[in-house]
Design a protein around this ligand. Structure first.
Ligand SMILES: Nc1ncnc2c1ncn2[C@@H]1O[C@H](COP(=O)(O)OP(=O)(O)O)[C@@H](O)[C@H]1O
Ligand SMILES: [Mg+2]
Length: 343
């Protein structure tokens, strides 16, 4: 329609998306991997650029003590949440809980799903009730228990509520209850949180990405994490050191070379775990397969890393034909559709 005033009509303004994040360098901690889960500026800028390429206006919001005030002062239509939170096993829930409290829509899982998934033992306990196979385990919280007595050895020892292989060094395997007690005590002292000891599943490792919700959810083909020959001694673990120097130790294959039945089973388990824990918009689920081809759920990441060219989730999406910008925009669209936000 002709504009009689003679003014050039302004193009429609895109939605205002606030990226809420914790950047590396802003955290506290005493171990070298203290900030392993935080995002680098490159990742935050890559997400920003993807959102801008989709016509969004973007505000960067660091999830520090100023966040509540900034959220009150800044009008955003939706938050793109990648914040890991400050501390404690409920840390990933802090930002979603605040956003919910303020009535601000956000992408990704809500606070309850994030808490439940970050607490690995709790997630395993819930998923067991859904018949999802997961290795036998015990939790050490420093109460002097002999929880390891009934486990099948060897076991892997890891902090119960961390990610990015934080607290999982190369030497994380115990072959006896005595070794487990020693390692658990060390881990407990270092990370100040309960320790999960879990039967080590010797075999192939896979990770499955999920994008979207309900009938529209897309489950990507599994990606295999292939441990390079002669770079591991007895145990193959995607440890903190391995993730730092992954090209030396790991290669990735996506889609993984597995039978159609195994692929279908893994996708089904991933989707069932995602739904059982109430995950939304996107997540990544890790599996191990034993020598007999049995699959075991290891953990779910409802806030998977989005570092371009590094994190598993963008890597597997790209191998399945979804480039980085499209992946970020799909997460946004899934969240916006769920929350009734017009884009
Ligand atoms: N039960 C297990 N059996 C064999 N390997 C395991 C087991 N649990 C963890 N791992 C290894 O340790 C890695 C990191 O463990 P994970 O629980 O996924 O922690 P994170 O949350 O840090 O990714 C896995 O990718 C896998 O290589
Ligand atoms: Mg993992």
């Amino acid at each position: 329609m002709e504009d009689k005033s003679g003014d050039v009509p302004l193009p429609p303004l895109g939605p205002v998306v606030g990226i809420v994040f914790n950047a590396k360098g802003g955290g506290e901690g005493s171990t070298p991997d203290a900030e392993a889960e935080y995002d680098s500026p490159d990742t935050i800028f890559a997400i920003r650029d993807a959102l801008v390429s989709g016509g969004c206006r973007v505000v960067l919001l660091e999830a520090d003590k100023t966040l509540p005030q900034r959220l009150l002062e800044t009008r955003i239509d939706i938050a793109f949440n990648i914040a890991e939170g400050a501390r404690g096993r409920g840390r990933e829930a802090q930002v979603p809980a605040l956003l919910n409290f303020l009535g601000i829509p956000f992408t990704g899982s809500d606070e309850t799903a994030l808490c439940l998934s970050l607490d690995k033992a709790l997630a395993k306990r819930v998923l067991e009730t859904y018949g999802i196979p997961t290795p036998g385990y015990a939790v050490f919280d420093g109460a002097g228990e002999d929880a390891g007595a009934k486990l099948r050895y060897p076991v892997i020892v890891k902090p119960n509520a961390e990610g990015s292989s934080k607290g999982i060094p190369d030497a994380c395997i115990a072959r006896s209850p005595e070794a487990l007690t020693q390692m658990a005590e060390k881990n407990l002292a270092l990370y100040g949180e309960p320790v999960l000891a879990e039967t080590y599943i010797d075999g192939r490792e896979f990770t499955v990405g999920i994008l979207g919700n309900g009938a529209d959810a897309r489950v990507f083909s599994p990606m295999e994490i292939i441990f390079r020959e002669n770079t591991f001694e007895t145990y193959k673990v995607y440890s903190y050191q391995v993730k730092q120097d992954y090209t030396r130790f790991i290669s990735y294959r996506c889609p993984a070379e597995v039978s159609p039945d195994t692929e279908a089973e893994m996708k089904d388990l991933a989707m069932r775990a995602y739904n059982a824990l109430g995950c939304r918009d996107f997540a990544r689920v890790d599996f191990r397969m034993d020598a007999d081809g049995r699959l075991y759920f290891i953990e779910i990441n409802p806030l998977p890393g989005l570092a371009p060219g590094y994190s598993d989730f963008p890597m597997l999406a790209e191998a399945c034909g979804v480039a980085y910008d499209e992946l970020v925009l799909s997460v946004l669209r899934a969240g916006a559709a769920r929350c009734g936000v017009a884009l």
